[in-house]
Ligand binder design. Structure first.
Ligand SMILES: [Zn+2]
Length: 136
């Protein structure tokens, strides 16, 4: 968990897309990088790069930035955390449902016991007292 990596050190700007969008945080940047629009720009640039040296330079610049900032690793981490979050969420909802049914079951039996005991306490009250003194 303790890595020397600082998210703020990444230039939060996509130099690949024609608008060169700037992002307020790394999460937005990662969302952009995995977006259809960005990927199609990247693809077009790759195709253009076969004949156009400018496109190739632009793509190279992007790829250096991408590698320098470990963006593939960040994307992988984000994907993994997203997946684990959804698993936890799923687990939490199931355990909650189980808990609630347990509580209902518990309360239900308690109520049944109380009502049963309530009707019998009068009759058994003396018996219980007698037994209690005998044991002590
Ligand atoms: Zn982009």
């Amino acid at each position: 968990m303790s890595r020397p990596f600082k998210p703020s050190a990444i230039p939060l700007r996509c130099t690949l897309c024609p608008k060169e969008p700037i992002f307020s945080d790394i999460s937005h940047l990662l969302t952009h990088i995995s977006s259809k629009g960005h990927l199609s720009h990247k693809f077009k640039l790759q195709i253009r790069g076969q004949t156009d040296p400018h496109a190739r330079i632009e793509l190279e610049r992007y790829e250096i930035w991408y590698a320098d900032n470990n963006l593939d690793e960040l994307l992988a981490e984000r994907l993994a955390s997203k997946e684990s979050k959804s698993t936890i969420k799923r687990m939490r909802t199931t355990s909650k449902a189980v808990c609630i049914s347990h509580i209902f079951l518990h309360v239900g039996t308690k109520i049944a016991n109380v009502s049963r005991v309530g009707s019998k306490t009068k009759a058994k009250g003396e018996d219980l007292n007698a037994r209690g003194t005998n044991q002590a």
